[in-house]
Design a protein around this ligand. Structure first.
Ligand SMILES: [Zn+2]
Length: 291
């Protein structure tokens, strides 16, 4: 008989090892080193940057950009921020005294050209589509109905593909997603609904738990989302301990969803169910193959 718990454990170990490899890979380290060169601006300066250029991502001074092999394009307008003016304390030469602020110009990366920017590996969109995936989506739609979660496909957020709102227990998905990406996103949002509805956690923990829930749940169906899930998790992993800790809650949510899917998916597939002797409760993807 298939043991959901031990399958989850094996999948979790694979996930943790892969995310660790990603975080210690050359590409990732180069991207981190690049990011580390950037100054962290004060809250006030961050607001000044945001009001002048809301799309700013990485901001630095003109000469600093040149040192990094990039040139501010001609005609680009600088973002004005306030730099502290410091002078030595005459009584204590080790100390500096703040004497005021002066305006300086900084520029966002989008205003520069030059050396390519080291990028960490990005999550890839999941393009797969088959009968199993569609049946799983229909099953989870029924689950949403049963537990009182409103589900729509009308999300208009500029970057997010899905959202869970605790205020009215609703999930919104971006319209037109490929079937597997829609399923993965739906399970991710259900992970938020199951784990973060009543007790709040920080954003990092919430994303680690929700995406791990999606990965584990779909692994149980024989569907692999690692191309998206691993880079996504690496992006949200603040400490490796947190990634490992997220596995506990994610396993609970994934077990709940896995059991529901296994018990109910046969109501939502157009293919006649075939009998399996070894693991009657676990749906095997081959049963739903279209070819
Ligand atoms: Zn999320």
């Amino acid at each position: 008989m298939t043991d959901t718990k031990s399958t989850h454990q094996a999948a979790l170990e694979r996930l943790q090892a892969a995310v660790f490899d990603l975080l210690t890979s050359e590409g990732w380290i180069k991207a981190l080193q690049f990011r580390a060169q950037f100054h962290t601006y004060s809250f006030f300066n961050s607001l000044l940057i945001l009001t002048q250029l809301p799309t700013a991502i990485l901001v630095s001074g003109y000469r600093k950009w040149q040192e990094m092999g990039r040139q501010v394009r001609k005609g680009e307008r600088g973002i004005r921020i306030l730099a502290p003016m410091l002078r030595k304390d005459p009584d204590n030469p080790e100390q500096k005294i703040l004497t005021g602020f002066r305006e300086v110009s900084v520029f966002d990366i989008s205003q520069t050209d030059g050396e390519p920017i080291p990028q960490p590996p990005a999550p890839k969109r999941l393009e797969e589509d088959n009968d199993l995936i569609r049946a799983a989506i229909r099953t989870l739609e029924a689950y949403c109905d049963e537990v009182g979660i409103d589900l729509d496909r009308e999300l208009t957020h500029p970057t997010a593909l899905g959202a869970y709102r605790t205020t009215d227990h609703s999930i919104s998905l971006r319209p037109g997603l490929p079937a597997l990406h829609e399923l993965k996103t739906l399970v991710h949002e259900l992970g938020h609904a199951l784990l973060h509805d009543t007790h709040s956690v920080n954003r990092h923990t919430a994303e680690l738990e929700a995406e791990t829930t999606a990965f584990l749940t779909l692994q149980q169906l024989g569907i692999d989302t690692s191309e998206y899930s691993f880079p996504y998790l690496a992006n949200w992993t603040d400490t490796f301990e947190n990634l490992i800790a997220a596995g506990d809650n994610a396993s609970k949510a994934a077990s709940e969803l896995t059991h529901y899917i296994n018990d109910n998916i046969h109501h939502h597939t157009s293919e006649p169910a075939r009998t399996t002797s070894a693991a009657p409760s676990l749906v095997h993807p081959r049963l739903f193959s279209t070819t």
